[in-house]
Structure formats: structure tokens, C-alpha cells
Design a protein around this ligand. Structure first.
Ligand SMILES: [Zn+2]
Length: 61
């Protein structure tokens, strides 16, 4: 019975690993997403608001 221990190579992390890690850290930065919500609870601007604006725009001719 031969046990094959998965020992880390002595050069872990290698230069390549570190480069990869840098790429991953760079490509996985957090993104802040700002969401606007209408007072009626829908995503802003909601359909009703867009329609109301169209009406007001048309009336303002
Ligand atoms: Zn609304």
C-alpha cells in the first residue's frame, strides 16, 4: 500500500502562482451597485413614473 501524500512543492507559492493570484485579485475586486427604488416599491423609475413623465412632457409642449 503506497500512500501518496499531496505535499506542497517546496516552492509554493511559485512565481507563477503569485502572478495568477495577482490577476485574480485584480479581476475580482468588489463592485458597488447602487440601486434606486421608487417610493411605490418598484425599481426606479417605475413604469407608472415613466408614463407620468411622458404625459407631463406632452402637456408641456
Ligand atoms: Zn413608482
Amino acid at each position: 500500500m503506497t500512500a501518496t501524500p499531496h505535499a506542497q512543492p517546496p516552492d509554493f507559492p511559485s512565481t507563477e502562482d503569485i502572478d495568477d493570484a495577482h490577476d485574480i485579485v485584480y479581476g475580482h475586486r468588489p463592485r458597488q451597485v447602487i440601486r434606486w427604488y421608487c417610493a411605490c416599491g418598484d425599481a426606479y423609475p417605475c413604469w407608472e413614473l415613466r408614463f407620468a413623465r411622458l404625459v407631463l412632457e406632452a402637456a408641456g409642449r
